[in-house]
Design a protein. Structure first.
Length: 89
């Protein structure tokens, strides 16, 4: 069950402020989540939240991705990515 990854703005905006190695790590992990045959995207450390995005993925030790999972459209819509300490201010 493959999902497409889209961004609310541009990918550059979504990854703004992160180092290239962090951007690469997040993109690889999101691709793994989106193409997983046996797990729904919400089973990848996705926590439902109230607010702009439906929830957040915890990627690695300190990286977060705010996203929506649309099962009808088979899409993961990315709002923002950043380090944990920068998101909860």
């Amino acid at each position: 069950m493959a999902y497409d990854i889209t961004y609310t703005g541009s990918a550059e905006e979504a990854f703004e402020g992160l180092e290239k190695i962090e951007q690469s790590y997040i993109q690889k992990k999101l691709n793994q989540i989106a193409t997983s045959e046996f797990r729904h995207p919400a089973q990848w450390d996705f926590k439902r939240l109230e607010g702009q995005a439906e929830g957040r993925f915890r990627i690695g030790n300190g990286l977060r991705v705010f996203a929506d999972i649309d099962d009808t459209e088979k899409t993961i819509r990315i709002y923002r990515t950043d380090r944990r300490e920068n998101l909860y201010r």
